[in-house]
Design a protein around this ligand. Structure first.
Ligand SMILES: [Zn+2]
Ligand SMILES: [Zn+2]
Length: 360
């Protein structure tokens, strides 16, 4: 860290506008009495970040210079004078979602569904900087969670996407021996596949149109059955003796996958629309008689609650769920543009932004 005129500086990847992200030296954030200052150790880029860079975001007005990054972990560098629950030097994971704390959703523990929901790295500055101000609302809400010594910073940062997957997993009501199809072999699809295995699924199929992406299934779990998405119905019916799968998860932004999922799911099955569709393409023609006559449960999830975030952290902390294999590349903050390009290409899984050289 440089000091210029006595003020502390930091390296920051600033979103300046559409398709414009630049690493600059900026002033380290000031913190208020209820805030903490995080020294970032790992930040991950996800599809949401790529979409924000490409298309902008409703919560980021034009001309706003925002620091993205909502999947992050680090060490507490400083605590505000009113903060007693956290100490300098603690290694922590940070959940990004904040609610108003007062509405029915917040009071029931679903801050991620609050109408006034805000997230680090979207509504306020996030983890693509050496230091991040964690606001008092997040500190009070329990978003800053100390991690066990054996947990790496990258594992802690992975808790965010995993918690969203876990939210979906809970809605699928998976039972031991169930068959599962995950449509989409991106990092999120493979996290769903891994979670389904952990939850007792007998067979987990993963489909994708891209054969290169399907090769990654092996990298995650050798027992996953990778299927080319062409003629997926024929293949699933062959594998399941024409029953269909008990649980079908769409982890891709595809209306066709949503339509197919109803065909591919067995009687009394559950369908999860996990991947959202582009804003102007979300009206999809569905054969609702399939839902009716097969008694399907069709659901969707978004983001994750604090409870789900903490559950995932403890699964990873205890070694029940291994996640390191989801990181396929590491870039220094100075290489943020390469990191975005890598993520946009979709051939690797998650990439990590590191701040101390390439240390993991
Ligand atoms: Zn994300
Ligand atoms: Zn609320």
């Amino acid at each position: 860290m440089l000091k210029v005129n006595g003020r502390e500086r930091m390296r920051t990847a600033l979103l300046l506008g559409k398709d414009s992200i630049q690493v600059q030296s900026t002033q380290q954030p000031e913190i208020g009495p209820g805030d903490v200052l995080l020294r970032t150790k790992a930040s991950l880029i996800c599809g949401t970040d790529v979409r924000i860079l490409r298309y902008g975001h409703a919560a980021i007005s034009s001309g706003t210079r925002r620091i993205l990054g909502h999947e992050l972990s680090g060490v507490i560098a400083r605590v505000g004078s009113d903060v007693s629950s956290l100490k300098t030097g603690m290694r922590v994971a940070v959940a990004p979602n904040m609610g108003c704390g007062l509405c029915d959703q917040c009071v029931s523990g679903n801050m991620h569904l609050c109408a006034d929901y805000r997230a680090l790295g979207i509504h306020i500055d996030g983890g693509f900087a050496e230091y991040v101000r964690i606001p008092s609302v997040a500190v009070r809400q329990g978003n800053v969670i100390d991690i066990p010594p054996q947990m790496s910073f990258v594992e802690a940062a992975l808790a965010e996407p995993l918690s969203c997957v876990y939210n979906g997993f809970e809605r699928c009501a998976l039972r031991p021996g169930d068959t599962v199809l995950v449509m989409g072999a991106g990092p999120i699809g493979l996290m769903h596949a891994k979670m389904a295995k952990l939850g007792g699924a007998s067979t987990v199929f993963v489909s994708d149109l891209n054969s290169e992406r399907l090769l990654r299934c092996r990298h995650i779990d050798a027992s996953l059955v990778a299927l080319d998405a062409n003629d997926i119905e024929g293949k699933i019916m062959d594998f399941t003796s024409a029953r269909g799968v008990d649980v079908c998860i769409t982890a891709c932004p595809s209306a066709e996958a949503q339509q197919q999922s109803l065909q591919l799911t067995a009687v009394n099955g559950r369908v999860l629309f996990f991947g959202g569709l582009p804003t102007n393409a979300s009206e999809v023609h569905l054969d609702t008689n399939l839902i009716h006559y097969k008694q399907l449960m069709v659901t969707g999830t978004t983001r994750a609650s604090m409870r789900q975030f903490r559950t995932v952290l403890s699964l990873v902390g205890r070694g029940t769920l291994t996640v390191k294999e989801f990181i396929t590349e590491t870039f220094d903050i100075a290489e943020i543009r390469q990191a975005f390009a890598y993520t946009a290409q979709g051939l690797g899984l998650r990439c990590m932004i590191a701040f101390d050289g390439h240390a993991k």
